[in-house]
Write a protein that binds this ligand. Sequence first.
Ligand code: THU
Length: 199
Amino acid sequence: MPKFCFLCQIYFICALESSLRFISHRLLAIIDHLIITHHPRIMKNVDIIVKILAADYSELSPAQQQLVDLAREATLRSYAPYSQFHVGAAILLSDGNIVTGANQENAAFPSSTCAERTACYYAGANHPDARFEKIAIAARGTDGNEVDQPVPPCGACRQALLEYEKLAGHDVEVILVGRSSIFILPSVSSLLPLSFSQF
Ligand code: THU
């Protein structure tokens, strides 16, 4: 029986331990894979379908057209010296008022606010009893022209808008405006599946 020095023995034990750990890790991964592939019945796919209506401006109702016009106009009041991306939003309220908002940027970037949140917080602060009915969102790119394809709202704006949809107690139509196409979504929640709304 060869004699190993103390350090060699420690090294041997560590190497053995790490090989065993590697093997058991691989084994667990294989077992995990087998369980998943051989028990498909315990898991099922849940499909979430987002219904989007692609339309032309001429196909919109007068109320929708007015909202689109105002969202486009609101892009002109965007303050976006840093991104040069000008977003405008217009919200139709249940009392007939339409409030608009545009993105407002700040030298301290995180202090900036998107157009949708500017509009929806303005509505909440100034028309607290009115419910949201529809929102239109338009944008102009860095070249100053309207974006070709509609720009969907960022995640934070979706979450903020969702709050007002919940308050309204009914779907709030979302109209996303682009030069080549206009997308109409039935609700804010359709833009934010699996949303956080209760705690
Ligand atoms: N922006 C919006 O106003 N709304 C959105 O939903 C996405 C982005 C603004 C924020 C920023 O001023 C600029 O667009 C570029 O991200």
